[in-house]
Write a protein that binds this ligand. Structure first.
Ligand code: KIV
Ligand code: ZN
Length: 513
């Protein structure tokens, strides 16, 4: 094991992340995100670019008044007026930093800035000196550093560190780098810029994901000597985004054998909460396949994998659900599933073990149907096979009675396999809450929804919506997924997945009674 060293995490979800199309945060949303990032344990929160607009300036001021532990950083171009505005925006924060940036690459110098190498250095040095007069901590970044001549970058770093920069940021602005050459670049700067080598100036890496290498490059930079990594939650950011905080943290945690004992203050068990918060604040769904936090990360569908997980979760899980704040893994039954999966799902549902013939029979049915089986589908199948005898409720009708701008009133007719009927009317801006309240009272349940999403994808005339709901009831976690076009109807059906599960007698299979 290599020696322990401290890595600073600068989270730029509220600055670079907010530049991501679709991921705009309201003023209130920003405050919620800041308090989440504080709880998560990031060292620095980059909250925006105050010179960009009056509203950003005001939002940052409001954050500065509330932020407690992390350093509040803001971006500023290397211009005196940007620096003054930045300093004003963050003045109320207990700890603050101005993050300056200037492009160093020939492409940016020639086409965007139209200045020479020595003018870049001169401007950056002046900006650092000016910013140091306005804020105790200053970071100076080389934008597009990875497409910059390495010797010039070395001169740039030496000059700005001598001018007083506390941190130098090496930005792979367009995700051009690969881990091998990024590692060489960072090691070269670290070893040949005296203030970086001595540790007087910290070295930071900021990687974009245009070629899908942001995490790999960030890790390579850390191994080569960087002591700060700039990340965003879920990797949101310009174009293909930034290095995702959760991937970096879990790679460092899982591969201590490779990276050594690198300490951060991040509480990884708060990561799942972060995904749900980002989705709630922006209405944008984070891909179910997203490494570490995607909701499929602990879902096992194929027979070989289910078998392995039953034998030992470490066969197909690199880390445990609890490590990122998930309650448990789960199995879904699909045409790819096998007998271990069926056995576990049925044991979880009914607390019984079924025979190998019964498993084979159930698998045959499952394999004959495309798409995943819902909980209600499985319960119906177990009833059909006389493994259990339970009441099954179905949503027989839905009627939207009135919509007046924001207020909806929706009524559902529900019918059970035992010939019982109920109807439930749900009202309000979101009928979900009202529906759950009534169902909980009718069925003495305590369903609480943790996450819900509905979205369409595909070609308009063919596409179907996908509905997902994560809920807890009687201390059990439920994942209900359905396809269709009517979100309210799919929602009611998902809720009745849970109710139908509650109707299953838990004392054993029919033949044992
Ligand atoms: O990608 C980039 O170069 C940036 C800088 C402003 C740090 O976001
Ligand atoms: Zn960036």
């Amino acid at each position: 094991m290599k020696n322990s060293r401290r890595l600073t995490i600068l989270d730029t979800t509220l600055r670079d992340g907010a530049q991501s199309p679709g991921f705009a945060f309201s003023s209130k949303g920003k405050i919620r995100l800041v308090s989440y990032l504080e709880r998560l344990g990031v060292d620095v929160i980059e909250a925006g670019f105050p010179a960009a607009s009056q509203s950003q300036f005001r939002d940052i001021q409001a954050i500065a008044e509330r932020i407690k532990l992390p350093t509040l950083a803001v971006l500023a171009r290397s211009l005196p007026e940007d620096i003054v505005t930045a300093a004003q925006a963050i003045k109320a924060a207990p700890k603050s930093m101005i993050h300056l940036s200037i492009a160093t690459s020939p492409i940016h110098r020639d086409h965007k800035l139209r200045i020479t190498q020595s003018q870049v250095i001169e401007t950056a040095v002046e900006a650092v000196k000016f910013a140091k007069g306005h804020c105790p901590k200053v970071e100076m970044g080389a934008e597009d550093a990875t497409r910059t001549e390495p010797e010039f970058l070395l001169d740039f770093c030496s000059a700005v560190s001598q001018a007083g920069a506390d941190i130098i940021n090496i930005a792979d602005t367009v995700g051009y780098a690969n881990p091998e050459d990024f590692s060489l670049l960072i090691r070269f700067l670290h070893d040949f810029v005296p203030d970086l080598k001595s540790g007087k100036t910290a070295l930071s890496v900021h990687c974009h994901n245009d070629l899908g290498l942001a995490t790999a490059n960030t890790l390579a930079g850390i191994r080569a000597g960087a002591s700060q990594a700039e990340t965003t939650f879920a990797g949101i950011g310009e174009r293909a985004g930034n290095a995702p905080l959760e991937e970096l943290i879990m790679a460092l945690n899982v591969r201590k054998d490779l990276y050594g004992d690198i300490a951060t203050k991040i509480r990884s068990s708060a990561l799942t909460e972060g995904r749900i918060l980002i989705q709630t604040l922006t209405g944008m769904e984070i891909s179910p396949l997203k490494p570490v936090i995607g909701r499929n990360v602990f879902v096992h569908s194929s027979g070989i994998h289910q078998n392995g997980i039953v034998a030992d979760p470490s066969t197909y899980e690199l880390f445990s659900p609890g490590d990122i704040g998930e309650r448990q893994n789960r199995f879904i039954l699909t045409a790819h599933s096998g007998s271990s999966g069926v056995q576990r799902v049925i044991r979880d549902l009914c607390n019984i073990d079924i025979t190998d013939e019964q498993i084979a029979d159930i698998l045959d049915e499952i394999k004959s149907k495309p798409g995943p089986f819902s909980l209600t589908d499985i319960i119906a199948l177990l009833n059909k096979k006389h493994i259990i005898a339970s009441e099954i409720w179905t949503v027989s009708m839905k009627k939207v009675i009135r919509i007046d701008n924001r207020l909806k009133s929706v009524s559902f007719a529900l019918e059970s396999s035992h010939g019982r009927y109920i109807s439930v009317s749900a009202e309000g801006e979101s009928p979900f809450e009202s529906f759950i309240k009534q169902i909980n009272s009718i069925f003495t349940a305590d369903i609480s929804i943790k996450e819900i999403s509905f979205g369409y994808a595909g070609v308009p005339k063919e596409c179907k919506g996908h509905f997902f709901m994560k809920a807890i009831c009687r201390d059990t976690l439920y994942f209900c997924e359905r396809y269709g076009t009517d979100d309210l109807h799919l929602f009611a059906e998902a809720v009745f997945d849970i109710i139908n599960e509650l109707q299953i007698p838990k004392e054993g299979k029919l033949d044992d009674r």
